[in-house]
Each structure stands twice: as C-alpha cells, then as structure tokens.
Design a protein around this ligand. Structure first.
Ligand code: APR
Length: 176
C-alpha cells in the first residue's frame, strides 16, 4: 500500500505536518458549526471570501482553497451525506467524499492530507460504519494511485471516535 495511514486525537486546525486538511462542509460552503466552524475561525475571513467564489459543493464532491492563517497550505472542502437510515445512498456518497478529496489532492500535487471524521457529527452518520468506509476508501484510492500519496491522517476530536478509527485501521490491516 505504501501510504502511511495514521489516527490521532486532536484539533485538525492545529495540524501542521500535512499539506492539506479536509473540511466537513455543507453544500453552501459558507461555513457552519463543528469542524467547519473551527476551520473558518482559525483560517480567518479570507477563507470565506474565497469560498464565496466557489458557488457551493454537491454532496460527495470536493473543492480546494488556500488555508490562510491555518498552519497547512490548502483546505479541501467536501460535503458528506446526512444520515437518513442508510437507504438513501449515504455509503456511496460518503465514499465519494473521501475519494474526490484524495483525487483533488493528487490533482494539486498534494502528498499529505488530514481528514476529520466526515458526517459523524451534525450529520449523524454512525461512526463505526463511517470509519469502515473512510479507511477502506483511502486504501482503495492509494492502491489505484500508487505512489501519489505519502500520508493520510485521520484527526479525531474525541476518544470514542479515535478508538473506532483505530479499530477500523487495524481491521483493514488484518484483512489486507
Ligand atoms: N478537529 C477535528 N475534528 C473535529 C473538530 C476539530 N476542530 N471539531 C469537530 N470535529 C469532529 C466532530 O466531533 C465529528 O467527529 O468532526 C466530526 C464531524 O462533525 P461535524 O463537524 O459536525 O461535521 P458533519 O457531521 O460532517 O456535519 C457537517 O456540520 O458544521 C456543520 O457546516 C457543517 O453543515 C455542516 C455539518
């Protein structure tokens, strides 16, 4: 696989050892609560100014901006699905959000990226299911694009989410 997949507990706005951090945004791309709010607060008002030029983002799609006062170089904004029970294409849309964020990263020559746990906060996606999709998608992408990504960090905000992602990564390593 070659890519180093890490899971750490912390605040993604403080991550300074990756080129891009991913924002769990909403379709407007005009900010919000949760990690979206934290990223906009830390980046400063120029981030919103640039986001206004992007005219929103479809669920599962991704768009890229500068990072301004954040300690990384880029912010990749993606929109995860709102959990509505699992029969409305949520798994596919969540996979697309990770896949398209990674695609945008390699299109921009980015080799190190940090993800929050997309959709598992306000959007209520069950964490175990989301973590399995996140880790599997990262692995599949990196196999399909060998040598393009060096590091993917999952930056989890609380201990429970950290443990769920740690388990998902170890399961992936066990099942190859
Ligand atoms: N760093 C890392 N992770 C964070 C941070 C942070 N500073 N703040 C929150 N999180 C975590 C949450 O604890 C959760 O595990 O990010 C995960 C995703 O939660 P949300 O931020 O609520 O994102 P999501 O569930 O995708 O909902 C998106 O929420 O904030 C609004 O504008 C956003 O409408 C959009 C919706």
């Amino acid at each position: 696989m070659g890519v180093d997949i890490q899971t750490i507990q912390g605040d993604i706005t403080k991550v300074n050892d990756v080129e891009a951090i991913v924002n769990a945004a909403n379709n407007s791309l005009l900010g919000g609560g949760g990690v979206d709010g934290a990223i906009h607060r830390a980046a400063g008002p120029e981030l919103l100014k640039e986001c206004r030029t992007l005219h929103g983002c479809e669920t599962g799609e991704a768009k890229i901006t500068g990072a301004y006062h954040l300690p990384c170089k880029y912010v990749i904004h993606t929109v995860g699905p709102i959990w509505r029970g699992g029969a409305y294409g949520e798994p596919e849309l969540l996979k697309n959000a990770y896949w398209n964020s990674l695609q945008l990263a390699i299109d921009n020559g980015i080799r190190s990226i940090a993800f929050p746990s997309i959709s598992t906060g306000v959007y209520s996606y069950p964490v175990e299911q989301a973590a399995a999709i996140a880790v599997k998608t990262v692995k599949e992408f990196c196999v399909a694009h060998a040598g393009r990504i060096d590091t993917v960090s999952f930056v989890l905000f609380d201990r429970n989410t950290l443990h769920v992602y740690e388990h998902a990564v170890s399961e992936l390593q066990r099942n190859g």
